[in-house]
Design a protein around this ligand. Structure first.
Ligand code: SF4
Ligand code: SF4
Length: 393
C-alpha cells in the first residue's frame, strides 16, 4: 500500500481538450440516472462515414484532444472498431470507450490494447443488489465479467461510479473491489448535490415516482435573486429569481427535472464520505478523480466554457461546451452538413461569462436546489464548474 499520495485540482487548459462523442443514443439498459435525452440529443446512429467526417473537424488540434466514445452504449455501434481506427490514425491524444460493460459486437476481440488508451466501465454499486437496482438486472455480473476479460486481454481499464443516495453506502467497499479487478483509474461522479431544497425535492420526486418525462418537464423553479431582463420569453411556469443579469432575449426552454433529483446527495454527505474513499483508493496505487463541487474560501471560480475547450457532441449534430446545458437547446455549436458552425444567440456561451456569487451560473439556473444560503441571502458555498476535478494518485 502506498504511504503517500498526491492530491491536486486539475487545472483547466485550452491545451488539453476533451471530445465526448456520443455516436448513438441507443442503449440496452435504462439506468435510473441516465442523462441521455433523445428529444434533445437525437435517436439516430451516426454512420461510420459521418463519424469520420466529424472527427476530422477536430483534426487540426487532435494531438491535444482526448476523444471519448460514448452513447447510449457505444459498443452497440457496429462500426465502433472503425471509429477507433480513424481516431487513432488522425492522432488524437487519447482514445477511451465508455461502456456499460456489455461489450457488444465482440469488441474486445476486434481491437487491441494499442488501439485504445482506456476502456471505462460503469458500475454503480459494490454489490449486485445495489448496482442492479440502479442499472438493471444482470448488469453487475456482466460488468465484472467484462472488466476481467478486458484486464486479462491487456487493456487499461477505468471505472466510473456515479454516487447517489442509493449507492453512497457502498462507496466504501469500492477500493477493495477496484483493486481486486485490476482497475487503473477510478472516477467518482456525482448526480447532483442538494442544499436546502433537499426535502422539498425529495417529496416532489419520490424514488417510487414513475411520472413520465412530459409530466415532469414543466416543474423546475429557478432560484430567487436572478435579475432577468423584462423581455425574456420564458415559460409561464418558471419561477424566476431577481438579480442575475442575463442577456436580452434569452428563451429558456421548459425545464426538465428528472428522477435524478431524488438520488441526489447533500453537501454534508458528499464532503464526509467521497474524499475519504478517494484517498483510500489512491493509497492502493489507483488514480482517483472526483468533482470538486464546492469551492474553498478564496478559491477562484472558473467556467470551463471560458477557460477550457471541451466538446459534447450528440448524434443530432448539437455540440455543447457545458454538460449541464445538455437538456436544453442552448448549444453554442452545431454540426451542419459536416461543418462545425456557431449557433445563433442566445446560447450557453452567452451565459458562461456571467459572474454571480453562487459560482456556476448554469447550476443556479438549472439546479438551484444545489445551493444553500445564509440568512442574509449570501450563498454558503460557491459551486465549482462541474468539470473541475480533484485528482489523487
Ligand atoms: S448505460 Fe449509460 S446510456 Fe445506457 S441507460 Fe445507462 S446511463 Fe444511459
Ligand atoms: S458547469 Fe457551469 S462553470 Fe462549468 S462550463 Fe457549465 S456553466 Fe460553466
Amino acid at each position: 500500500m502506498k504511504e503517500y499520495y498526491e492530491k491536486k485540482t486539475v487545472a483547466f487548459s485550452k491545451d488539453s481538450s476533451n471530445l465526448f462523442f456520443h455516436i448513438l443514443t441507443k442503449c440496452n439498459l435504462s439506468c435510473k440516472h441516465c442523462y441521455i435525452n433523445p428529444g434533445q440529443h437525437g435517436e439516430n446512429t451516426l454512420s461510420i462515414e459521418t463519424i469520420r467526417q466529424w472527427l476530422n473537424l477536430f483534426a487540426e488540434k487532435c494531438s491535444q484532444i482526448n476523444v471519448i466514445f460514448l452513447g447510449g452504449e457505444p459498443t452497440l455501434h457496429p462500426d465502433l472498431l472503425l471509429a477507433i481506427k480513424e481516431a487513432r490514425s488522425l492522432g488524437f491524444k487519447s482514445i477511451t470507450i465508455d461502456t456499460n460493460g456489455y461489450l457488444f459486437h465482440d469488441i474486445l476481440n476486434k481491437i487491441s490494447p494499442d488501439e485504445v488508451d482506456f476502456i471505462s466501465f460503469s458500475l454503480d454499486g459494490a454489490t449486485e443488489k445495489t448496482n442492479d437496482s440502479i442499472r438493471g438486472k444482470w448488469c453487475y455480473q456482466t460488468v465484472i465479467a467484462g472488466v476481467k476479460k478486458a484486464v486479462a486481454a491487456g487493456f487499461s481499464t477505468s471505472m466510473i461510479y456515479t454516487v447517489s443516495s442509493e449507492n453512497l453506502h457502498e462507496l466504501s467497499m469500492m477500493p477493495d473491489l477496484v483493486k481486486e479487478l485490476g482497475i487503473q483509474r477510478f472516477f467518482i461522479q456525482v448526480i447532483g448535490i442538494r442544499g436546502n431544497s433537499a426535502e422539498t425535492l425529495s417529496n416532489f420526486y419520490p424514488p417510487s415516482s414513475e411520472s413520465s418525462y412530459s409530466e415532469k418537464k414543466n416543474n423546475l423553479e429557478l432560484p430567487d435573486n436572478l435579475n432577468l431582463p423584462d423581455n425574456l420569453d420564458l415559460p409561464d411556469n418558471l419561477d424566476l429569481p431577481d438579480n442575475l443579469d442575463l442577456p436580452d432575449n434569452l428563451d429558456l426552454p421548459d425545464n426538465q427535472p428528472s428522477d435524478k433529483h431524488f438520488l441526489q446527495l447533500s453537501m454534508e454527505q458528499w464532503l464526509e464520505i467521497v474524499p475519504k474513499v478517494a484517498a483510500r483508493v489512491a493509497k492502493l496505487g489507483i488514480t482517483v478523480t472526483y468533482p470538486k463541487v464546492f469551492l474553498e474560501h478564496g478559491e477562484p471560480f472558473q467556467c470551463a466554457g471560458v477557460v477550457a475547450d471541451n466538446y459534447f457532441i450528440f448524434p443530432n449534430g448539437r455540440v455543447y461546451r457545458c454538460p449541464i446545458c445538455e437538456d436544453y437547446p442552448v448549444h453554442s455549436l452545431e454540426i451542419q452538413n459536416n461543418t462545425l458552425v456557431q449557433t445563433d444567440k442566445i446560447n450557453e456561451a452567452d451565459l458562461f461569462g456571467l459572474e454571480i456569487p453562487e459560482g456556476c451560473v448554469m447550476n443556479k439556473l438549472i439546479q438551484p436546489g444545489n445551493i444553500s444560503y445564509h440568512g442574509d441571502g449570501t450563498p454558503c458555498h460557491r459551486i465549482a464548474c462541474c468539470m473541475l476535478k480533484e485528482e489523487i494518485s
